[in-house]
Design a protein around this ligand. Sequence first.
Ligand code: SAH
Length: 213
Amino acid sequence: MPRFDEERKEMVALLRQRGITDERIIAAMSRVERHLFVKEPFINRAYDDTALPIAKQQTISQPYTVAFMTQELDPQPGQKVLEIGTGSGYQAVILAELGARVFTIERHMDLFLQARKLFERLGYRIATLCGDGSVGWSEFAPYDRIVVTAAAPEVPEPLLNQLAEGGKLVIPVGGLDMQKLFSITKTADGFDRKEVYGFKFVPLIGKKGWNGK
Ligand code: SAH
């Protein structure tokens, strides 16, 4: 049996146990080899349900967090989905596996370059940008879905502006220690905001993020 197949099955079984019910997400996470997104010293822990270090003091999100946020985001095939915080590229690939047209932004050049290379090697067509995602990516707006994988001090307005009507933004917001996950839907006459869960994320740095200039 190919390397890590057993571990990946166990990871997915745990996600089910923890309440992930969307079969498309279960299937995508069963297919994608998470060990390709982590560095050598952590490869044996790639299927543990934990965040793991990548470069630049960043982390690849915990599998449960990826599954939960993706389930909340509920991306449909063919939809335009913008991700802020490419990191390892794992979340972007899960979105691509769900049939979304994925756009992803990373502020660290090395992470951006590594992820771009990996997407190419694995054959994914994902649009990548190195820059400050707290102001979105206006060139390709509006987006049906926007997911932010780093914590923001408040909801960046440009992201709300770049949502299509009926579109949804999933974003962790709060202090540096603890955040709440918000799911915000753009309606004909404003925004429906609901609080979904408490999580801990690395900070969103940028003009409309932390330490903004
Ligand atoms: N989605 C990633 C999680 C990476 S952690 C994965 O699946 O691995 C969050 C990432 O957000 C980090 O790589 C961090 O560098 C990045 N980030 C933080 N602020 C950002 C900003 N303003 N624009 C783009 N990326 C940002």
